[in-house]
Design a protein around this ligand. Structure first.
Ligand SMILES: O=P(O)(O)O[C@H]1[C@H](O)[C@@H](O)[C@H](O)[C@@H](O)[C@@H]1O
Ligand SMILES: [Mg+2]
Ligand SMILES: [Mg+2]
Length: 296
């Protein structure tokens, strides 16, 4: 088995360096400001990594937003979210992370999540455990859904189907009941909460590979379970994820939540007026036929 520890250590050092980027240029609007910062951090990361590993490929949120093709091949690939929690960043809500995963042959070899404001560095390497600031991490191991804190995200979709599915899923979980439902505004940190036992599960439909790839391996290496939202095999390009403290909890959440139609990350972007757009919003068939069997 190839040893990617050198890449992991380099990834950790660039993530910490990029997280020190404190200076924020004031621009005309919060959207401009944050776009510039996101792009700047992604450039810092990609330029440092590609100088050291010129053969490696990248999937970066901002590069994809700028029109780059999103394609996960067998080549060593860094999957980067330069700022996970952009809305938090704008509002100074204190959960903002740099998320970096590294995949070879489409398998994630390691993941790094640097929660910059908290100065918490999560990392995991396949088969070698998960760590927070160097200390081993473990999920809670909770198996009883009625004793769980469950994390999810509100996401960016605002159409009626997205919002009604989202709210009814939270409703169903609260009625089970669970102990609580939380949303921190960054999927990467949400999932790391599961890895460290602060929460017992996370689920969402609609996040992108750069939001969840790194934290998925961190949860697994912390002893947790990562599945599709139907309880099946997790595919990092599918935008559907449950991360849980145990299979029992993952399966229970899969039974309860209703699916939400989403374009895969590796699907060709939608055509708009004859031009490719970077739009990867949820779209497609409505509920799957087995939805009616879901628990209410
Ligand atoms: O800040 P981002 O990298 O854009 O990721 C966000 C996502 O956009 C937002 O919709 C979610 O609610 C957050 O949890 C993501 O991490
Ligand atoms: Mg993100
Ligand atoms: Mg981002």
């Amino acid at each position: 088995m190839a040893d990617w520890t050198d890449c992991l250590n380099f990834g950790i050092s660039v993530a910490k360096r990029a997280g020190e980027q404190k200076e924020v240029k004031l621009k005309s609007s919060p959207a401009d400001l944050v776009t510039e910062t996101d792009q700047r951090v992604e450039k810092i990361l990609i330029s440092a990594i590609s100088t050291r590993y010129p053969q490696h490929r990248f999937i970066g949120e901002e590069s994809v937003a700028a029109g780059e093709r999103l394609q996960l091949t067998d080549s060593p690939t860094w999957i980067i979210d330069p700022i996970d929690g952009t809305v938090n960043f704008v509002h100074r809500f204190p959960f903002v992370a740099i998320s970096i995963a590294f995949a070879v042959n489409k398998q994630t070899e390691f993941g790094i999540v640097y929660s910059c404001v908290e100065d918490k560095l999560f990392h995991a390497q396949r088969g070698r455990g998960a760590f927070l600031n160097g200390e081993p991490l473990h999920v809670s191991g909770q198996e009883d859904i009625s004793r769980c804190v469950v994390v999810t995200e509100i996401g960016a979709e605002r159409d009626d189907l997205a919002l009604s599915t989202l709210t009814s899923n939270i409703f169903r979980l609260l009625k089970l009941p669970v102990h609580g439902v939380r949303a921190l505004g960054t999927a990467a940190v949400d999932m790391c909460q599961v890895a460290m036992g602060g929460a017992d599960a996370y689920y969402h439909i609609g996040m992108h590979c750069w939001d969840i790839a790194a934290s998925a391996i961190i949860v697994r290496e912390a002893g947790g379970v990562v599945t599709d939202t139907d309880g099946g095999w997790f595919d990092v390009m599918s935008r559907r994820v449950i991360a849980a403290s145990s299979s029992a909890v993952a399966n229970r959440i899969a039974q309860v939540i209703r699916p939400f139609p989403c374009r895969r990350d590796d699907e060709e972007p939608l055509q708009s007026g004859g031009q490719l757009t970077a739009d990867r919003k949820c779209a497609g068939p409505l509920m799957k036929s087995d939805d009616t069997n879901k628990t209410h």
